[in-house]
Design a protein around this ligand. Structure first.
Ligand code: PLP
Length: 401
């Protein structure tokens, strides 16, 4: 551990709110899938800032776009036109197949908060009395009060009561439960295609199709939270596109600007029209630097065909994890879509396993006591997966002995 790191740790422990259990490493540089700590040690990154650096670290196109724009104009607010904002909105609408409008915010929680507001405003005009949002147990939609209320994890909510009213939770992939919950008081159903923070739990194709049908039949908005699944992480630009469903609202964040803070609320034209002048706003959202970064990031994700690589490498990783599971008996379940991959361990050693992996140069996230989550940059190839699997195999064998 370097001297600088000691000083940083001390200041962090005395001056920052202690809401994170930080891992004992300080990263100072990154390139592609590789991270470097303050002493120059190299790591393979299977977290990518929690799925927020899909292109990999220090992508030259994003660096160039940010550098150009930051030296020209940083901020004037949404009261004025700027370069890159409308162009980015057009890029997002195109990737979603057209017929939608975009509101730019600063994070996933903000995008979802905006979606909840939009659903309520839309319902107040078209379905008086409807205001509830149905979401899934184990979901994660953010940390603001409304998005926390939408998040289906009671453990994260309890200390913050009373939360805003109007949120109902149902078990994921239980069509009958969704059917029962979507009554005339419901304005929207909000779902992740793969629950990320909750433990990498994919929604089934039948469930997503049924959710769309129920929403159509009952005039309820289908809102898909693509904060973690979006930006080619699972293969297509947005994960729901693989299931042939057409949500009324899509929220995006994380990797949209390859690691810089951004969120986007996207809604079908007729739904977006519910927001009138002054209904929603943001000082920083849609600023020219972040929008330049996002345009460059989306262009590079497309031109480098990283969605296709996410599918290929994701399959390879899941197969490899299953093989490690068979060899060690330490993995009970492997799941995911594209390069959003999770596995359950047979014993509650996920934190210890992640710590041992970090010591050996693989950055991996653990969820709860027994789940490992893998969200590498989409440039991840077979060689990096092979290194991870060999290291994980050693770690799990070591834990068993
Ligand atoms: N929605 C999903 C599906 C997420 O995974 C997250 C963050 O992990 C959020 C919303 C919240 O995003 P943010 O942390 O940018 O507010």
């Amino acid at each position: 551990m370097g001297e600088l790191f000691d000083v940083v740790r001390w200041h962090d422990s005395t001056c920052t709110m202690q809401t994170y259990a930080r891992k004992p490493v300080m990263f100072v540089r990154g390139e592609g899938m590789r991270l470097y700590d303050d002493e120059g040690s190299e790591y393979l990154d299977f977290v990518s800032g929690i799925g927020a650096v899909n292109l990999g670290h220090a992508h030259p196109a994003v660096t160039e776009a940010v550098t150009q724009q930051i030296s020209k104009l940083v901020h004037v607010s949404n009261l004025y036109y700027v370069e890159h904002r409308a162009e980015l909105a057009c890029d997002i609408v195109r990737l979603l197949g057209g017929g939608m409008r975009v509101f730019l915010a600063n994070s996933g929680a903000e995008a979802n908060e905006g979606a909840i507001k939009l659903a309520r405003k839309w319902a107040s005009e078209t379905k008086p009395g409807a205001f509830r949002v149905v979401s899934a147990l184990q979901s994660f939609h953010g940390r603001t009060l409304a998005t926390l209320a939408a998040t289906g994890q009671p453990g994260k909510q309890e200390a913050f009561a009373p939360l805003p009213e109007g949120f109902v939770h149902v078990p994921l992939n239980d069509i009958a439960a969704l059917d029962g919950a979507v009554d005339e008081t419901v304005a929207a159903v909000l779902l992740e295609v793969v629950q990320g923070e909750g433990g990498v739990w994919p929604a089934s194709a039948e469930y997503l199709t049924a959710a769309e049908r129920l929403c159509r039949e009952r005039d309820v908005l289908l809102m898909i939270d693509e904060v973690q699944t979006g930006c080619f992480r699972t293969g297509p630009a947005f994960a729901h596109q693989a299931f042939g469903i057409a949500p009324d609202v899509v929220t995006i964040a994380k990797s949209l600007a390859n690691g810089l803070p951004i969120g986007a609320l996207v809604a079908a034209e007729k739904v977006a029209a519910a927001f009138s002048l002054g209904d929603h706003g943001s000082t920083f959202g849609g600023g020219p630097v972040i929008c330049a970064a996002a345009r460059a990031a989306l262009a590079a994700l497309e031109s480098e065909a990283l969605g296709a690589n996410a599918v290929r490498s994701g399959e390879y990783l899941r197969e490899g994890l299953s093989a490690v599971g068979e060899a060690t008996g330490a993995i009970t379940d492997v799941r995911g879509l594209g390069l959003m991959v999770g596995c359950s361990l047979s014993t509650p050693i996920a934190a210890e396993a992640a710590a041992a992996l970090l010591e050996r140069g693989c950055v991996v996230n653990h969820i709860g006591a027994d789940i490992l989550r893998f969200l590498p940059p989409l440039v991840c190839g077979a060689a990096e997966v092979d290194t991870l699997l060999a290291t994980l195999s050693d770690v799990l064998e070591g834990a068993a002995s």
